[in-house]
Design a protein around this ligand. Structure first.
Ligand code: FRU
Length: 491
């Protein structure tokens, strides 16, 4: 197994390429004990360029091994984002009967001097657990007469109609197609006109079922749609979601979807989609996003590599204020990388502050149960001049927030400095806060996954302090745990 070198801002437990550029997660599929994660990759440069599919695999969602490049550009173009599935029943005819294999469905992006850009969908298959790939001789399998932006196919098996379904970005909307064999596709419907945010081009959609409040009799469909950066909006690129029904042809949004809803309230969780073929006995809907923002992705101050993924997250759907709401929690596998640093129960705020005073940490998790209705928080990656503040503000409606105004390097982009917040609705007397800190990032999960804030940070290497603050030093903090996160492969 290759060891990923420790470099400035390279996370200990986040996926990043050994060298050069990474953007969107692609082709996420679970097969024969391995989570595959492909990614948009420029293997010869540390900025965006001719796209290939890089490849990492993991058996535990914590340690990742980088494999050879899976897909490289050819005469049909460079390899843009897409998905992968297990063809269990050899619908494609690529495999031997009874011997399922992997099929990747991706966008071929062709850019030639003096000609308009062409984006078409193609296939590749692997008979050896994703180690080598053969491009289908009949490529491309899907093109469109008028859409210039026609990309990022996400394919899934639609149980009810016993056929494949594809959701794909088509300009300012998404299109739904279906197929019996992944090779020939029929148009079903188009969704997105007059609904949702259109502050940027629509990209990287996903569509999947989730049991509302865990009730298998009440399944709803969730659609993720990322929107590209537009200079008019400080937030840059971000991901919205819709909830509703899907019958194999048409997605029908519910009332809650009439309002724009963001999957993450930070700046650095983009183009995220979910894993295909997670075994039914596991049953989770697992997500990962690209931890950057098109606004400044090409300028971030890392050396030797540029780009990383968020931590893997489990998505669920829960009713909050009468609306089906997307929840995200860190995948539980991350708990296997924990080394406990501190555990306190029912201590006063003053005792907590004192206990944190001597800690020096870079890659860690703070897991706290905090009294609801109070304004308080933590400073992480704190040093002589840097600090990132993560807290709860209870002055009006309760919000969680992450403040990277003084988090470290920021001059690479005028809009990098930000304070991001999200409303939470704690039901009881305490509210859960989980903060995942790493060499170059902070991910915050509030109130059991009701709100997530994902942000990059670029602090000084010696900014390793952590502290706690609260207006009331007598306040009782129900529970606080701090764990160093040290996966073996990163050492
Ligand atoms: C999203 C995206 C996709 C495209 C890929 C190119 O970040 O723009 O729409 O396929 O990146 O690298």
């Amino acid at each position: 197994m290759s060891t990923i070198a420790k470099q400035n801002y390279r996370g200990a437990y986040h996926v990043s390429p050994q060298t050069n550029w990474m953007n969107d997660p692609n082709g996420m599929v679970y097969f024969e004990g391995e989570y595959h994660l492909f990614f948009q990759h420029h293997p010869n440069g540390d900025t965006w360029g001719p796209m290939h599919w890089g490849h990492v695999v993991s058996t535990d969602l914590v340690t990742w091994e980088e494999l050879d490049i899976a897909l490289a550009p050819d005469e049909l173009g460079t390899i843009f984002s897409g998905s992968a599935v297990v063809d269990w029943n050899n619908t494609t005819g690529f495999f031997d009967q009874g011997d399922p294999g992997l099929v990747a469905i991706f966008t071929h992006h062709l850019e030639e001097a003096g000609r308009p850009v062409i984006q078409r969908q193609s296939l590749a298959y692997s008979k050896d657990k994703g180690r080598t790939w053969v491009k289908y001789a009949g490529n491309p399998v899907l093109e469109h007469e008028s859409f210039v932006d026609f990309r990022d196919p996400k394919v899934f098996w639609h149980e009810q109609s016993s056929r494949w379904a594809m959701i794909i970005a088509c300009g300012q909307t998404v299109c739904l197609y279906h197929s019996a064999d992944l090779k020939s596709w029929n148009f079903g419907s188009e969704f997105g006109s007059g609904i949702g945010s259109h502050d940027g081009v629509w990209e990287c959609p996903d569509l999947f079922p989730l049991a509302l409040d865990g009730d298998p009799a009440n399944v709803k469909w969730v659609m993720l749609v990322s929107i590209g950066a537009d200079p008019a909006f400080a937030e840059g690129s971000r991901t919205q979601y819709f909830t509703g029904d899907f019958d194999g042809v048409t997605f029908t949004p519910d009332a809650a979807s009439m309002q724009v809803r963001w999957a993450d309230h930070g700046r650095d969780n983009y183009a995220g989609v979910t894993w295909s073929d997670v075994p039914a006995e596991d049953g989770r809907r697992l997500f990962i996003g690209w931890m950057s923002n098109w606004q400044y992705a090409n300028q971030t101050p890392t050396e030797g590599f540029r780009g990383a993924m968020t931590i893997p997250r489990e998505l669920t759907l829960e009713t909050i204020n009468g609306k089906p709401s997307l929840m995200q929690k860190p995948a539980y596998e991350l708990e296997n990388a924990r080394k406990q640093v501190l555990a306190m129960e029912n201590s006063s705020a003053a005792q907590v502050s004192e206990a944190l005073r001597s800690l020096q940490l870079v890659s860690y998790e703070i897991h706290a149960q905090l009294p609801a209705g109070q304004s308080l928080g933590f400073k992480v990656r704190a040093g002589a001049s840097d600090e990132t503040v993560v807290g709860i503000d209870a002055s009006a409606i309760q919000t969680i927030y992450a403040d990277r105004m003084n988090s470290g390097q920021h001059s690479f982009h005028a809009l990098f400095r930000s304070v991001n917040s999200a409303a939470i609705t704690p039901a009881g007397e305490s509210v859960e806060l989980r903060i995942f800190v790493d060499a170059g990032s902070v991910e915050v999960f509030g109130n059991e996954g009701e709100a997530a804030i994902t942000n990059l940070i670029y602090p000084d290497a010696d900014a390793t302090g952590v502290s706690f603050f609260s207006a009331d030093s007598e306040l009782i903090i129900p529970s606080l745990r701090i764990y160093e996160l040290a996966p073996l492969a990163a050492n």
